[in-house]
Design a protein around this ligand. Structure first.
Ligand SMILES: NC(=O)c1ccc[n+]([C@@H]2O[C@H](COP(=O)([O-])OP(=O)(O)OC[C@H]3O[C@@H](n4cnc5c(N)ncnc54)[C@H](OP(=O)(O)O)[C@@H]3O)[C@@H](O)[C@H]2O)c1
Length: 328
């Protein structure tokens, strides 16, 4: 029997393994136009925590419902002319080992020579998020000083490489020396270990003494405030995520918010799904970067469907280097 993780308890404060339950699910016969996929790789993503709260700006997860998220697998049965047995596809019915979906819910992976899990990482949503966040939302230009937070994670490692590929100076923050070393290896000019003792605002002022032109925000809270304090006039902020606040209902104050006015800063939030019709452009550019060695997939692999919640919890204690994926 296929199995799927269910959301059974709303967390109060930090999420725990008790919020999840693994259950067997019925292996449904296929309807016309639908496809059965044996999942091989699952993605775990911080925004799931945000959606676990009853009051959240994202669509809340229904209590008692199935968890979901990006996944990659192989078509094992098809009643659609669009997909054949053996096709490798991505979709959003993760957190389970088998998915039955209408053909419209599947994407064939493009022909780019990378290990397939990269289509959940640097060539998946994290890569798409990094690319459009930098080049569309923040409108980066060569020579910009770009600050990227959570620089050791999935979006962060992609964003560092993509900013360097476009000729920017990159300041990246991450928790711990190992992640900072990774960020430098990927091209970051300066790194900040935000767990290293110095307040992030002081460390950022030292790292970018002339200020920053762009902030790619994955963290929110004190990182966002430090970026506001350090921003040059006319700086552009791509507000991608606020992971520091997902596990708690209280939000840190942002004392430098008024610099939006005095420094004419633009803050623009975005969701990756709004770029769904521009994937061809992304694959074209990212494929060229991969080809010339300017872009590489960084991932941390956990094994087994039963370990998916544990992998997910690791996102909030910083256990992952690059994209955290579960191999089934
Ligand atoms: N807008 C969109 O459409 C979109 C799409 C994808 C992702 N996102 C957002 O992008 C951000 C990164 O996502 P991801 O998938 O790439 O996750 P990730 O960075 O791979 O994993 C989360 C990382 O966040 C860091 N973190 C956790 N708690 C923190 C805290 N209190 N303060 C500072 N850092 C903390 C940890 O790294 P350290 O060890 O460095 O602490 C952890 O490894 C998230 O905010 C996510 O919600 C947005």
């Amino acid at each position: 029997m296929p199995r799927c993780w269910y959301f059974v308890k709303r967390p109060v404060g930090p999420v725990t393994e008790g919020c999840f339950e693994l259950r067997e699910i019925e292996s449904r016969p296929l309807k016309d136009g639908s496809v059965r996929v044996a999942n091989r790789w699952l993605s775990v993503d911080p925004s799931v925590r945000w959606r676990m709260d009853a009051e959240t700006p994202l669509p809340p997860l229904p209590l008692g419902g199935k968890l979901n998220g990006p996944a990659l697998g192989e078509v094992v049965e098809s009643r659609s002319a669009q997909f054949h047995v053996g096709d490798v596809v991505t979709h959003l019915a993760g957190w389970r080992d088998e998915a039955v979906l209408p053909a419209e819910a599947l994407q064939r992976v493009p022909d780019i020579p990378v290990p397939e899990s990269a289509f959940l990482g640097v060539l998946g949503y994290p890569g798409v998020t990094a690319y459009f966040g930098l080049y569309d939302v923040a409108r980066v230009r060569p020579g910009d000083v770009v600050f990227i937070s959570a620089g050791g994670g999935a979006v962060g490692t992609a964003a560092i490489q993509m900013a360097k590929a476009g000729g920017m100076t990159v300041v990246a923050s991450a928790g711990g020396p190992e992640k900072c070393a990774l960020a430098r290896k990927l091209g970051a000019d300066v790194t900040i270990d935000y767990k290293g003792g110095l307040p992030i605002a002081t460390a950022l002022r030292e790292a970018a003494p002339s200020g920053i032109d762009v902030y790619f925000d994955n963290v929110g809270g004190d990182h966002l405030d430090a970026a506001l304090a350090t921003a040059k006039k006319g700086a552009r902020f791509a507000i991608c995520g606020m992971v520091s606040g997902y596990n708690s209902r209280s939000r840190e104050p942002i004392p430098h918010l008024d610099r939006i006015i005095s420094a004419g800063i633009t803050l623009k939030g975005f969701e990756v799904f709004s770029f769904a019709d521009r994937l061809a452009e992304f694959y074209e550019v990212a494929g060229q970067w991969i080809h010339r060695g300017a872009l590489t997939n960084v991932e941390t692999v956990r094994h087994g469907l039963e370990n998916t919640p544990q992998a997910f919890l690791g996102l909030f204690t910083g256990e992952n280097l690059g994209k955290l994926v579960v191999c089934l």
